[in-house]
Design a binder for this molecule. Structure first.
Ligand code: GLA
Length: 738
């Protein structure tokens, strides 16, 4: 197999391929675009997996001369209602007279170099390596609507990127009721369904279940991708595990309301749909206008969930995150939140900056509480001026101190929100999202700014730009701490939906990050409440949970790593007893969990005994020697905390010269049963030396026989294993034949 991608067309069959993946469609003369195959790479396709269609009762035929062909039983690439396919549709339009418009006819296709970039939405980027896009066009018989389906493949990647565009080429408006990004049909092969569920403090919990008959769906109506059900699903073969088996995953590059559904129907066909949630969605398309769906990433792996993750990690690092940050090592930061909550001040922060610099931190972040009259969550969102009572010297003195100490300074914002008790609200009561005439609901005492309005978008852009020009901070934590209930607007658009809000938000984020490319933006929504590839297009890292407990974090970070590389996940060492759980996880374990990803701290470093400070100094210095693995290495999950008592993962450099393994368990086992960790992914023929014991083992032995160890006594112990090879040590059979 080559590493390049390809799109071949022969006799109406489109064959799209990555290095180890094929995706095949066929255009039928009766105008349907049929799905034929998605799986391990094929060297050709002649329809061996296509049985003759069977005639079924209740089935509606498109062609009266061919009653055996019905959209109900066909594998499709898109579907509209009222045409005999009774499963969930991906595209639904309505004409001005109220009637549905869904009679699509093939109108042509085009193959071109590069990717399709949906306008106004986050998307995968062009790079120096190649990409090809197939655009297949259809026209609608009764309305002059046009539909284009986009399919992109990229060199070196087994991802397929899909999106759709609907254009109104007629003279009357068209109403879009449903415009999903991708629909994929496949035969049921014992598939199991993997999705995430979660909440605040408990993000990225993995759910895996057999796929029964009927529709199983997840989604969000919260105005954010949400920690409840982020936009991801995977179908896997029954025995698939981290290292083997087939996985077909879908993820949406979007941060708003979404749906991901799978339907196993009466004929054992499985339909997967992903896109903007049709619930509470409508879009009036005026003549000449187009509507673009977000991109959906379809990822095939024949090497289990680690294989899937490797592909996602590479794709997002190469083509999603802001390129200037994607592979750049991130500063080790100290955040003020769990140290002081709202009670921050210049008097408190100045010594923190000095101490932080001394301990090896590279960035101090002033979290919530620095602006307006903000002493709790009840006021001041929107009033982004420094509270001079708390900071009499303005921020200049903190920035000055940081610069003198040779470290960076960063700050917290929650720009999408407005407190009822704020000068902004008093000046612009109509800027809060609300349904006219109805009092909007509060959540965390705040309302959402109406980002569907251009003037409000400009206000946010100007306020943040002005701030960044006045105070040259290196980092901004961009928070979003409530979900949407009253997503209305005083300037009601003809089709007021949360999608308009998302387009407004993306416009702001695009404008700001383009204007200030050197500022490191960290995404946050009460932790990982909006941790999705849409936000990651603008912000290379995300605070993945407000839960900083060293035990709970293992599951959260394990789940997040399914599609996000460790560089995208921030993890902080915090104080014990932990503020969220009351648990006392040892320092070394907390540090191991944090150092596995993008490491920071969030505790009062001034209050610590000297031995703890010394530990922090050592932890930071060790992390600095390893963080090239976080931004430039590879990450593999070895043992799942969702399946047993041990959580383990490994970071390596791309050449597999060095491996850092972290293993954790909730409690020491009194029977002293050893853990034997199978360590695949190293170079089998090389000898790796264990840093702790000096003993050497071949990559082959580590993979097949495993590495045995015992945890230290105590609660929540961690084990760090560092293996190195200098590539000169070839493993051989050093046993003499007896
Ligand atoms: C959210 C964030 C926290 C902190 C607070 C401040 O909860 O997730 O890290 O910034 O807001 O109010």
């Amino acid at each position: 197999m080559t590493k390049t991608c390809d799109i071949k067309v022969r006799d109406g069959v489109f064959h799209l391929s990555g290095p180890q993946m094929s995706y095949i469609m066929e255009l039928r003369p009766d105008q349907a675009l049929l799905h034929r195959y998605w799986g391990p790479g094929l060297n050709g396709y002649d329809g061996a997996n296509q049985p003759d269609p069977a005639k079924r009762a209740f089935a509606a035929a498109l062609d009266p001369d061919d009653p055996r062909f019905s959209l109900e039983t066909a594998s499709l690439e898109f579907s509209s209602p009222h045409r005999g396919d009774f499963r969930e549709a991906s595209v639904a339009l309505r004409r001005v007279d109220g009637h549905p418009a869904g009679r699509w006819h093939f109108a042509g296709y085009e193959i071109r170099d590069g990717l399709h970039k949906p306008e106004g939405l986050p998307h995968l980027r062009e790079t120096e390596s190649g990409a090809r896009t197939l655009a297949v066009c259809f026209t609608e018989e009764t309305s002059s609507a046009e539909l284009t389906l986009y399919y992109s493949v990229m060199d070196g990647s087994d991802a397929l990127i899909r999106s759709a565009r609907i254009t109104n080429a007629g003279r009357e408006p068209i109403y879009i009721e449903r415009a999903l990004s991708a629909l994929v049909d496949k035969p049921f092969e014992g598939d199991e369904l993997v999705t995430f569920y979660g909440s605040h403090l408990k993000e990225f919990q993995i759910s895996r279940r057999p796929l029964g008959h009927g529709v199983t769906s997840i989604g969000s109506r919260r105005g954010a991708s949400s920690p409840q059900y982020p936009p991801f699903a995977a179908l896997c073969s029954p025995g698939a595990d981290e290292h083997s088996g087939e996985v077909r995953a879908v993820q949406l590059i979007y941060s708003g309301n979404h749906t991901v559904s799978t339907e196993r129907d009466q004929y054992d066909q499985v339909r997967t749909l992903i896109g903007i949630s049709p619930e509470d969605f409508s879009w009036k398309l005026e003549p000449g206008e187009s509507f673009e769906t977000p991109q959906a990433v379809l990822m095939f792996s024949g090497a289990g969930f680690n294989g899937m993750s490797q592909e996602f990690h590479r794709l997002y690092t190469d083509r999603l995150f802001p390129p200037q940050w994607a592979r750049k090592e991130r500063p080790v930061l100290l955040n003020s939140w769990e140290m002081a909550y709202f009670d921050v001040s210049e008097e408190k922060m100045l010594p923190v900056i000095r101490e932080a610099a001394d301990l090896g931190f590279e960035l101090v972040v002033l979290d919530d509480g620095w602006f307006g009259r903000r002493n709790d969550s009840k006021s001041s969102l929107g009033d982004w001026t420094v509270n001079e009572e708390k900071f009499p010297g303005g921020l200049e003195s903190l920035l000055g101190e940081a610069s003198e100490q040779g470290i960076q300074f960063g700050i917290w914002f929650e720009p999408e929100m407005i407190s009822p008790d704020s000068d902004l609200m008093r000046a612009h009561p109509d800027w809060a999202a609300a349904y006219p005439g109805a009092e909007p609901l509060l959540s965390r005492s705040q309302l959402v700014l109406d980002l569907t309005r251009r003037d409000v978008q400009d206000y946010v852009l100007d306020t943040l730009s002005h701030f960044l020009e006045t105070y040259p901070v290196s980092y901004i934590k961009w928070d979003m701490n409530r979900h949407m209930t009253d997503a209305g607007s005083a300037l009601l658009a003809p089709d007021q939906t949360v999608h308009r809000y998302m387009l407004g938000l993306y416009r702001i984020l695009g404008g700001l990050t383009e204007r200030f490319p050197d500022v490191l933006f960290e995404n946050c929504s009460s932790g990982g409440g909006r941790f999705d590839p849409g936000m990651s297009f603008y912000m290379p890292q995300t605070w993945c949970s407000d839960n900083s407990d060293g035990l709970d974090r293992q599951k959260i970070q394990y789940g997040a790593s399914y599609t996000f590389p460790p560089s995208a996940v921030t993890a902080h060492v915090s104080a014990v007893p932990n503020h969220q759980t009351g648990r006392n996880v040892p320092f070394a374990t907390r540090a191991g969990v944090a150092a596995s990803m993008n490491m920071g701290y969030e505790l009062n470093i001034l209050d610590l005994p000297p031995e703890d400070k010394e530990q922090i100094r050592r932890q930071i210095s060790a992390y600095k020697n390893e963080r090239d693995l976080v931004t430039g290495g590879e990450f593999f999950r070895l043992c799942s905390p969702f399946e047993g008592d041990v959580c383990a993962w490994m970071l390596t450099d791309p050449e597999r010269r060095r491996a850092v393994i972290y293993a954790f368990t909730p409690a020491y086992d009194a029977a002293q049963i050893p853990v034997t960790l199978k360590v695949p992914y190293l170079k089998e023929e090389q000898l790796y030396t264990d840093e702790e014991t000096g003993r050497s083992f071949s990559g082959c032995e580590l993979k097949k026989a495993g590495f045995a160890f015992r945890f230290d006594r105590g609660d929540y112990p961690a084990k760090k294993i560092v293996l190195r090879t200098d590539m000169s040590k070839e493993a051989g059979n050093d046993h003499e034949t007896v």
